[in-house]
Design a protein around this ligand. Structure first.
Ligand SMILES: [Zn+2]
Length: 196
């Protein structure tokens, strides 16, 4: 069996298993989604949104990109935000970074990755590293990378807060909380950096 056939086989088994445990699971999910959470996370394969918070399909609306960035002009991210806030009316936006993020590490390095598109994307993190240079220069190696992961999450959270979709929703009195999380690949635990 090749790798893809294996995935399809996994899928069939998962569907069977899920239906056995909850007979109407797919039927009710197919009719509507009512997630309370929007997850903005990194594309890293080790940081899967639903599994980390132990929630089944239907519970988390997800946007992932390299290094969990919220860029003001990224129509992909903006579309996800608008749909999540205005249509699904999620109550929580979670920006979740992770320690040991390859995107963060690449941005710290002096040498570009020589992947022109990704290097441009990582330019956003280099800007943040420049802004917090004073603090970051006191650190090195893993500690520097970890602190930049945290700073990046806090900066992206600020970008969420400054976003017009979010501001409009808050002005309408919509219930909405924004959270800054960092996930550890080493122990699977989330640290909440949120400040009220
Ligand atoms: Zn990452």
């Amino acid at each position: 069996m090749n790798e893809i056939d294996q995935l399809l086989e996994n899928n069939r088994r998962w569907s069977e298993r899920t239906t056995k445990v909850t007979p109407h699971f797919f039927k009710s999910l197919a009719q509507q989604q009512t997630p309370k959470f929007l997850w903005i996370g990194c594309s890293d394969s080790r940081v899967p949104a639903n599994q980390i918070v132990d929630l089944p399909p239907g519970e988390v609306f997800v946007h992932r990109n390299v290094a969990n960035l919220v860029v003001h002009t990224d129509f992909n991210c903006l579309s996800v935000l608008q749909f999540a806030i205005d249509v699904l009316k999620v109550e929580h936006v979670i920006v979740c970074g992770h320690y040991g993020c390859g995107g963060i590490d690449a941005a710290i390095q002096e040498e570009p990755l020589n992947l022109s598109l990704v290097d441009n994307w990582l330019g956003h993190i280099r800007d943040i590293a420049g802004k917090h240079e004073k603090e970051l220069n006191k650190l090195s190696g893993e500690a520097k990378s970890a602190r930049l992961c945290e700073i990046n999450v806090l900066e992206q959270t600020e970008n969420v807060k400054r976003n017009t979709i979010i501001r409009d929703a808050l002005a309408r009195g919509q219930t909405l909380k924004i959270h800054s999380w960092v996930y550890s690949l080493k122990n699977g635990l989330v640290t909440d950096l949120s400040v009220d």
